[in-house]
Design a protein. Sequence first.
Length: 303
Amino acid sequence: MAIPDYETLMLPMLKYGDAGVISFKDAVAKASDDFHLSDEERQETIPSGPEPLIKNRTGWAITYLVKANLLHRPKRAYFTITDKGKEVLASNPTAINRKYLEQFPEFMQFLKKKKVSKSSETAASEDSSAITPEERIGVAYDEITSEIESELITKILESSPEFFERVIVNLLVSMGYGGSYEQAGEHLGKSGDGGVDGVINEDKLGLDLIYVQAKRYAPENSVGRPAIQAFAGSLLGFGANKGVFVTTSSFSKHAYEYARGVPQRIILIDGEKLTALMLENNVGVRVNRTIKLKKIDEDFFIE
């Protein structure tokens, strides 16, 4: 039997989750058995790397079901069904695919968060046979990046306040602020409420100071104007006229408006921007594989 695509694997994954908490490893093995894959098919890898194809496709099937809130990950590498997932199974669907998941607001919100160009958005909505290979690569890259950013936030929220402090220190140092890791770490300390506060050097010589405040909030806990107003007051107390407020959640409209109106320079970094900066500066991530796309060198063939 041919290796099933990730959409074909969605309904089986939902059924596996309905039986209780199951590990990703066991789900891959169970799918391999249920689809009667041969040893050769179980070992077949994706074209761009050593990962087994069935494992890769199972992972994406689970990811999309999680984004639609039909599955839930109680801990890393494990999943189980949600109440909404149970409702879907009770309706006896013959199949579940990406188009089916678009009925769920959570999944559409996930798609909207992807930083894609207009051409990629168009390509994603069309049949894959109607778009160019380059467009397909672009769409796939955007989806992978979006999933990594989402997982970064999840891992930060699951980790300790001390770990969150290290994330902020690593990010600022990687961006060129605070001098060395040790220097930045000395000036950024725990605030006692799951946050990070402190003043660091804007440059290695310490010619200017930046006050940093970071709050590890759940996505539903938006940062409002009062917090930014208090932050602006803290800048005066520290003798700083520049500040960076980081949160794993989001900022309200009034928070942005207030930040733009004060004389101090205040930069607001929400969860989406935080994870984008982490990817850009290789904080908490590493390069998995590099793919080089070649094209004909027309100049070479000029006689």
